[in-house]
Design a protein around this ligand. Sequence first.
Ligand code: NAD
Length: 368
Amino acid sequence: MQKQNRRRFLQSSLVLGTSLVLPPLLHAQTGIKSDQVLNKKLGVALVGLGYYSTDVLAPALQETKNCYLAGIVTGTPAKEKIWMEKYNIPRQNVYNYQTFDRIADNDAIDIIYVVLPNSMHAEYTIRAAEAGKHVICEKPMALSVAECQSMIDACQRNRRKLSIGYRMQFEPHTQEIIRYGREQVFGQVKYVNASAGFRNRSPKTHWKLQKAYGGGAVMDMGVYSIQAARYGTGEEPLSVTAQAFKDDPARFDEVDQEVTFQLEFPGGAVANLMTSFRVSTNLLYVAAEKGWYSLHPFSGYRGIKGTSSKRAIEFPSINQQATQMDEVAWCIEHDQPMRVPGEEGLQDLKVVEAIGEALKTGKKITIR
Ligand code: NAD
């Protein structure tokens, strides 16, 4: 279907309320206001108490209005006491990987937040859904499209909500960019340039440098570049070409260190994207028929700055993770669609898989 026709078809389908399955980003239109507060907070259990849980999510849960840190799942006994004392978590809400499934009997836990190495996302999301809990799963959603689909299926089967930890979609500068793409505020998008990377100095033994765990720059940071191109254009990519670079092949013998890749979109836009464990970079630039817009940085926890050829893009800085979890809790309690449902994570894994194929074959790969 021609892009303009497709857009009009989708809009009219929305108005008519048909049972059309919508592209994930369109769900954003149904998002709640961040000041909507529940009478009773939902309980969140963090699974995996590594960097992101310890330094970011647990502190963010001290700022949330609709949910609170109710429980933990950890394989390290020493962490149990520290977390119980620090966050006033009762013993009955503390689990390890052997006792995990008993969460099914705990009414204090409403949402399980999977913050484990990428290769463990599918298993724990499915087990959480089977335990009757709603799930937030960190990015990248899983190792493959097939795993993503099995996670979506498990949540549907158990009538539980699933959201992926793409915190940027809750951030106001980013939401403005998403609107520009969707509504073609600057006309048809022609070109996207996005890069997301940092200097990863971890030893080879770290899971992010191991293939079996779903390591590598594309899985870790590349999904941000993919997201940027998808929401920058408001479209889904048709094809990808990709190139890999390494300056430390001994440490990065299993996973990619730096990848550049190009996406082509149905409306004619081309995205030149990059992700890296070799260099620190974070930029999104979109050129359209009637101007340009840019975020720099575009995927940091704070300090997102926006500018465009027409107007400044200025919004208050927010706690992205607190906003994300509050909105997820609100939508669960009011049975609303997730802003970032599982389908959104699956869409990125389609691109990730196609990048892998493009790197292996050196060919342009169609994204299905
Ligand atoms: P991390 O290595 O610091 O933490 C992972 C945790 O999993 C550790 O506590 C570790 O003990 C535990 N674990 C349990 N079983 C394990 C096993 N078999 N092998 C290795 N570790 C095991 O990692 P992290 O940086 O906290 O990342 C966790 C997830 O969160 C990843 O999916 C990552 O992509 C995501 N993340 C997202 C953001 C974001 O901004 N949304 C930021 C950082 C990390």
